[in-house]
Design a protein around this ligand. Structure first.
Ligand code: C5P
Length: 424
């Protein structure tokens, strides 16, 4: 079957290279449909692109004829891959912030297909903190980003920011088209939202959580090495998000402090997005007081001692760059010994061996009431099922392997009973 790409061309001098890219893609048997932003039309014409793509070229959001014949939503979904090349600093900023003020950016917000951005801009614009922040954001959102080439620029300066050669872009497009199709991110929504709703009829909380404040952390943290690299882990955030969904379902006021994950916010949950452990701690402390706190996040134990503003380069000696690490604050332990300690404090412990023993030791060390211990030696991280043991001062409860949404429901029921018992 013919593979199709939607090529969005934004307005930089490198736009002329998009014509060569189209030619190379067509030579590889890939169908190309092109969209030009208004400024891109200063550099290439719809006519030349139309000839090369042998298709209509789209330029206007409110072009009635285009809307009637295809509609911008379908246009964004009919391709196997959406490419922005060249991607100017301006379109990257809009993408990072979800701005949809013309046809190109509306398509980028509406698409359910993978997106490849190929930046090209002046070297200073590339290194600007705002651009780097936007790139980090897009990367966290799952956008594939090609690194620009170094070299002489049209503006006379020299450095990083040149559009990669069309051959290199075409090769990257072929590679992405060959990848197995990623699941639709919205497919996650029914998983916890629908299942939490299904199970909610059997959620036995007797209204004990109505109006209670439950604070939850979820997902990994990203600890920057330099502006483009970071230390991360495999946490998907699914278990924490499922717990937040169940708590909201039980009538609690829920604050969910989430590391960088690709999950939609469960209905009725207040979400605070963070990247690093220190940001997560600050957001958690800002959310206090809480009746219960459930710390599910896989917080990075270490961060780099310092993250320079510029990308670390190879120095030519063949020696790797030294990476000095320092320990991150322990958020759970901080809460365990906090003046504003939540009434009920629950930690998670991801272990690969001696699970219950380690969890028991953690209870005391972190000042938590319960530790939910799980064996992550299989595919728990990122998977949909979890087998947990609840370790409390009273002993150990082992639950059979359950969907994460069911683990969430049972845990929220247990939290409800504990808070009700404490109130008596
Ligand atoms: O010590 P360990 O990382 O196994 O502890 C896991 C528990 O501690 C989890 O609840 C996790 O959210 C929390 N934690 C934390 N801050 C850290 C490390 C872990 O809150 N820096």
């Amino acid at each position: 079957m013919t593979q199709r790409v939607l090529l969005i061309i934004s307005g930089g001098i490198a736009a002329y290279k998009a014509l060569e890219l189209v030619r190379l893609l067509r030579k590889r048997g890939i169908a190309v449909r092109a969209v030009l932003t208004q400024s891109a039309q200063q550099f290439v014409t719809p006519l030349s692109l139309g000839v090369l793509t042998e298709d209509h070229v789209f330029t206007q959001l409110f072009d009635l004829k285009d809307e009637q014949e295809i509609g911008h939503i379908q246009l964004s979904r009919q391709a196997d891959l959406v490419i922005v090349a060249p991607a100017t600093a301006n379109i990257l900023a809009k993408m990072a912030n979800g701005i949809a003020d013309d046809l190109a950016t509306t398509l980028l917000l509406a698409t359910d297909k993978p997106v490849l951005a190929v930046p090209a801009m002046n070297v200073r614009m590339w290194h600007h903190k705002a651009t780097q922040r936007n790139l980090e954001r897009l990367h966290a959102d799952g956008v594939h980003i090609m690194t620009p080439d170094d070299g002489a620029m049209a503006c006379g300066e020299f450095g990083k920011g040149r559009l990669p050669e069309p051959e290199a872009i075409a090769a990257e497009i072929e590679r992405l088209l060959a990848l197995p199709k990623a699941p639709d991110p919205l497919a996650d929504q029914p998983d916890f939202a629908r299942e939490a709703r299904l199970f909610s009829t059997s959620l036995e909380t007797d209204g004990a959580l109505v109006g209670k404040h439950i604070l939850i952390t979820a997902g990994p943290t990203h600890e920057p090495i330099d502006p483009v690299r970071y230390i991360a882990n495999r946490s998907s955030g699914k278990q924490g998000f499922a717990i937040a969904a169940a708590a909201a379902q039980a009538g609690a006021r829920v604050t969910l402090v989430a590391g960088p994950v690709h999950l939609p916010t469960p209905p009725g949950v207040t979400r605070v997005d963070v990247e690093t452990a220190r940001q997560m701690l600050a957001a958690v402390e800002a959310a206090l007081p809480a009746d219960a706190a459930i710390m599910v996040a896989a917080v990075a134990d270490w961060r780099t001692a310092d993250a320079p503003d510029q990308k670390i380069k190879k120095d030519g000696t063949g020696q790797p760059a030294p990476l000095a690490l320092v320990e991150n604050p322990d958020i759970l332990a901080t809460l365990g010994h906090h003046a504003n300690r939540p009434t009920l404090l629950v930690g998670f412990a991801a272990e690969t061996q001696h699970i219950a023993d380690h969890a028991q030791a953690k209870l005391a060390k972190k000042g938590a009431d319960w530790i939910v211990a799980n064996d992550v030696s299989g595919d728990v991280m990122g998977g949909d099922a979890n087998a947990v043991q609840i370790v409390t001062a009273a002993g150990i409860e082992s639950w059979s392997t359950l969907p994460k949404s069911k683990v969430a429901d049972k845990l929220i029921e247990k939290v409800a009973h504990a808070l009700a018992a404490l109130a008596d």
